[in-house]
Write a protein that binds this ligand. Structure first.
Ligand code: CP
Ligand code: NVA
Length: 306
C-alpha cells in the first residue's frame, strides 16, 4: 500500500526525522557534486488548483534532479473542472504516474484522491495544511540552530495552514511552540486539541505578539490573507498590524534569533523590508531547502523507506 503525505500528524517522529535526515544528506551530496538517478524511469504528476512558484519548481527540479520526469497540470485544464469525480481522476492518474503532488483548497480533496490512488499522494498545500513546507522549515531550523530542543519557536500572525502544520510538527517531533494570533484568527481548535493530546511539550496560543516574540530563537511569519482569502485582505490589514515583524518587535527576540518566511512575502505587511532582507532572515535558505526536502519526500515515498 502506498504511503501518502497529507498531514504531519499521520506520521511518527521517526518517520518525520527520516525525511529531514535524508534531505540534509541529499543537500550535502548536491553541494559536493554527487547526483542521483534514484527516480530514473519514474514520473511525477503535479495537479495544482492554486498558484505556486517555489513548490512547483522545487518539486519539478527535485524530480528531474533524481532522473525522473514531470507532468504539470493546472486543475482548471483537466476534466476535474468539468465535473469528473476525484475518485476517477485518482485511479486514472495513478495508472500513468508514480506519485501525485496536489495543491488545492479543501483537505478533503487530497484525502479523497489518496483513498483511490494506488500511488503516493502528496499535499503541496491545502487551506488546512502545508506539510512539505513545514518539513523543510524544520530542516532549516535544525541547520541553523543544530537542534529543536530548548528553543523558543514562535509562529506570528494568522492561525492558517502553515500554523496548523507547525502545530502538528511540534506535536509529533516533540518541540515546544508558541503562537501569537489575533482573536478570531487562532488555529483550527480541533486540530490543536488533537495535537496537544499527543504533544510532549507545550503548544501555547497567545494574543500578545510582544510576549510571544520575547526571547524567541526562531520566528515564523506568513501572509495575513492566504490564497483564497483575497476578499478579506483589506479588512485584515488593521487587525494584523500589531503582528508585523519589524525591527522593534524583532529586538525583543534573542540576538541570534532567526526569521523564517515561507514566501511569497508582502513587505510592509507581515514583515518589513528591513527584517526580510536583514542578517537574521533565513527565508532564502529556507526556500532552497524545499528542493532538498522534496527530493527526500519523493525518494522515500516512491521507492519506499519511510
Ligand atoms: N512557500 C510556498 O509554498 O511558495 P509557493 O506558493 O510559491 O509554492
Ligand atoms: N498561507 C499561505 C502560504 C503560501 C505558501 C497561503 O496559503 O496562501
Amino acid at each position: 500500500m502506498s504511503t501518502h503525505l497529507l498531514a504531519l500528524q499521520d506520521f511518527t517522529r521517526a518517520q518525520l526525522l527520516s525525511f529531514i535526515d535524508r534531505a540534509l544528506v541529499l543537500k550535502e551530496e548536491r553541494i559536493s557534486g554527487t547526483f542521483h538517478q534514484h527516480l530514473a524511469g519514474r514520473t511525477l504528476c503535479l495537479l495544482f488548483e492554486k498558484p505556486s512558484t517555489r513548490t512547483r519548481v522545487s518539486f519539478e527540479s527535485a524530480m528531474y534532479g533524481m532522473g525522473g520526469q514531470v507532468i504539470f497540470m493546472s486543475a482548471k485544464e483537466t476534466q476535474l473542472d468539468r465535473g469528473e469525480p476525484l475518485k476517477d481522476t485518482a485511479r486514472v492518474l495513478a495508472r500513468y504516474t508514480d506519485a501525485l503532488v496536489v495543491r488545492t483548497f479543501g483537505q478533503e480533496v487530497v484525502d479523497e484522491l489518496s483513498k483511490y490512488s494506488s500511488v503516493p499522494v502528496v499535499n503541496a498545500l491545502t487551506d488546512l495544511h502545508h506539510p512539505c513546507q513545514i518539513l523543510s522549515d524544520v530542516m532549516t531550523v535544525i541547520e541553523k540552530k543544530g537542534t529543536l530542543e530548548n528553543l523558543k519557536i514562535v509562529w506570528l500572525g494568522d492561525g492558517n495552514n502553515m500554523a496548523n502544520s507547525w502545530i502538528q510538527a511540534a506535536s509529533v517531533l516533540g518541540f515546544s511552540l508558541t503562537l501569537a494570533c489575533p482573536e478570531g484568527y487562532e488555529p483550527d481548535p480541533g486540530l490543536l486539541q488533537t495535537a496537544r493530546e499527543k504533544a510532549q511539550q507545550p503548544i501555547t496560543v497567545l494574543h500578545d505578539p510582544v510576549e510571544a516574540v520575547s526571547d524567541a530563537d526562531v520566528i515564523n511569519v506568513d501572509v495575513w490573507a492566504s490564497m483564497g482569502q483575497e476578499d478579506e485582505a483589506e479588512k485584515r490589514l488593521s487587525i494584523f498590524e500589531p503582528y508585523q515583524l519589524n525591527s522593534d518587535l524583532l529586538a525583543r527576540a534573542k540576538r541570534d534569533a532567526v526569521v523564517l518566511h515561507c514566501l511569497p512575502a508582502h513587505r510592509g505587511e507581515e514583515i518589513t523590508e528591513e527584517v526580510l532582507e536583514g542578517s537574521q532572515s533565513v527565508a532564502f535558505d529556507q526556500a532552497e531547502n524545499k528542493m532538498h526536502m522534496h527530493k527526500a519526500i519523493l525518494e522515500l515515498l516512491i521507492n519506499g523507506g519511510v
